[in-house]
Write a protein that binds this ligand. Structure first.
Ligand code: AMP
Ligand code: MG
Length: 339
């Protein structure tokens, strides 16, 4: 039977009963976005699209690993000792990322860009490029010292960071969630109280659908092989709530029969290999849902569960057992949402 998750609070705004359900879609950050909202005024579509695209472009312009002119790319290319002013959103996301790096003892690490790139998940070379070869043990060892996030001097109040030399920031595990939050906040500021915002599978819902129902969303589940039992379906009422899922099935390649996912464990320098198929996290803010889902995926089920419990994080872990079965574990905060 489908599990149903509902938040324990109700947002104030009354539903726009009978209003039209509207939809906009587009592409950003190498993936797709979609916004659904309830509105009596269809003429606003153009203005809303422009506002949504402006928010997404702002995040790309500041935090993209792919855009050579982004603030992040320019910080990464700066010489040792260079002190750089950071724009507001970049500084806010970096502060959150550094907090989670400390909190997860480096399972989540925004300074792991050099490793991410070596394993083919950065700008170049990509694991999809012809002739791509995974890095040698020596190359991984050589890259490790420059991934120490504590070597980054970051003055949050002044919004300035100092490049210690060779450190490569990568905010891809948290910036998408922040972008979803920005879009949702911008819509609300424009008077759109009822909306569902999705970017690359990460979602935030506010208010209600025009039929008075919450924005129901089914959690993404990993594909199962023929003959295997699918994990239990989980449906969430995204009412003042966000969800993000990290999983080894999303972006990965096979090497010598081994799956190499795009989540890198910066503590070992290797792609994670502890059999977690996916971790879904529910949080009021999509930034935290995004960042925690990556952190818990890298930490693994045992460490990840302890970490999530210690911080009251609502998470659902799906583990691949030796026989191929998927077994699930919910944190107590997630159990509470399940009623
Ligand atoms: P996500 O899909 O949110 O889990 O983010 C995955 C992306 O985050 C990867 O493609 C990398 O760019 C980056 N990444 C990989 N491993 C880590 C890590 N341990 N900590 C922070 N970011 C990471
Ligand atoms: Mg993430």
């Amino acid at each position: 039977m489908t599990r149903v998750l509902v938040p324990d609070h109700i947002e104030g705004a009354a539903p726009l009963l009978g209003a039209r359900l509207q939809r906009l879609r587009g592409e950003s950050m190498g993936t797709t976005w979609q916004v659904l909202w309830a509105d009596r005024d269809a003429a606003r579509q153009g203005a809303l699209r422009a506002a949504i695209e402006a928010e997404l472009d702002l995040v790309v312009g500041q935090m993209s690993s792919w855009l050579p002119t982004s603030d992040l790319a320019r910080f990464n290319a700066a010489p040792a000792g260079a002190r750089r002013p950071l724009p507001e959103a970049f500084a806010e996301v970096l502060a959150a990322a550094l907090w989670l790096a400390d909190t997860s003892a480096g399972a989540f690490n925004p300074a792991a860009g050099a490793l991410v790139n070596l394993w083919g998940f950065g700008p170049a070379p990509r694991y999809t490029d012809p002739g791509f070869a995974p890095p040698s043990a020596d190359a991984v060892r050589a890259a490790m010292p420059a991934t120490d996030w504590r070597a980054l001097r970051f003055d949050a109040a002044a919004r300035e960071a100092t490049q210690p030399g060779g450190l490569r920031l990568d905010l891809s595990a948290i910036a998408k969630g922040h972008a979803v939050d920005r879009v949702a906040r911008r819509l609300r500021a424009m008077g759109v109280a009822h909306a569902l915002v999705e970017l690359g599978g990460e979602l935030r819902g506010q208010g209600l659908r025009p039929d008075g129902m919450p924005w129901w969303v089914d959690l993404e589940t990993p594909p199962v092989r023929a003959g295997q039992v699918a994990p239990r379906a989980t449906r969430v009422a995204l009412h003042g709530l966000s969800v993000a899922t990290s999983g080894d099935y999303r972006r990965a390649y096979l090497m010598d029969g081994q799956r190499l996912p795009h989540s890198i464990d910066p503590r070992s320098g290797q792609p994670v290999a502890h059999g977690l198929a996916s971790v879904s996290v529910l949080h009021a803010d999509c930034l935290w849902a995004d960042a925690w889902s990556t952190a818990l995926t890298v930490a693994g089920r045992e460490q990840g569960l302890a970490l999530a419990e210690a911080h009251g994080i609502a998470a659902l872990f799906l583990q691949r057992e030796a026989d191929g079965r998927l077994s699930e574990t919910l944190t107590s905060a997630m159990e509470r949402l399940a009623g």
